[in-house]
Design a protein around this ligand. Sequence first.
Ligand code: SF4
Ligand code: SF4
Ligand code: SF4
Length: 169
Amino acid sequence: MITILLNSIIVLGGIGLFLGALLGWLNRKYVSQEYTIVDEIEALLPLTQCAQCGYAGCRPYAEAIASGGALNQCPPGGEQTIANLAKLLGRPTQELNKAYGSAKPTGVALIDEQQCIGCTLCIPVCPVDAIVGAHQLMHTVLEEHCTGCELCVEPCPVDCITLIQARAT
Ligand code: SF4
Ligand code: SF4
Ligand code: SF4
């Protein structure tokens, strides 16, 4: 009787181990792989988070591409990014869709601190928290964090933010 019980425990334990390994394999094959392709697509995007592609940032656009969305909506990436995405995904390359903007070199924002009135309107629009300052105090841009997305330019009421070429490090 004890022998039968022990055999049953061993068999059930073996089945449990097998099912655990099977679930792990299925998770790696079907769940992790989906994340991996989005990650790979995102890594090819410029990561400025500028939203010119019509999505809230590079990650949502990467997810859209992974679901079959167009490759040609990222102006900062230009033709090279489209070519890289096409190669990764085995899809035909396309011309940049100019409806989303034109390709141009990415710069960094510079605030004219003499003109800044400290209204703070630029702070919430920055997707990477690159602007520091407080109400009625001069603001400044942390150049090493700025992606050059230009989202802070339009909200500034005194037009004291411009995009300049990034300094070489
Ligand atoms: S357009 Fe801007 S937000 Fe969209 S993928 Fe390109 S860099 Fe990222
Ligand atoms: S400082 Fe301006 S240009 Fe730079 S990342 Fe922030 S919003 Fe974009
Ligand atoms: S929006 Fe312009 S004026 Fe207002 S805090 Fe930012 S840089 Fe200064």
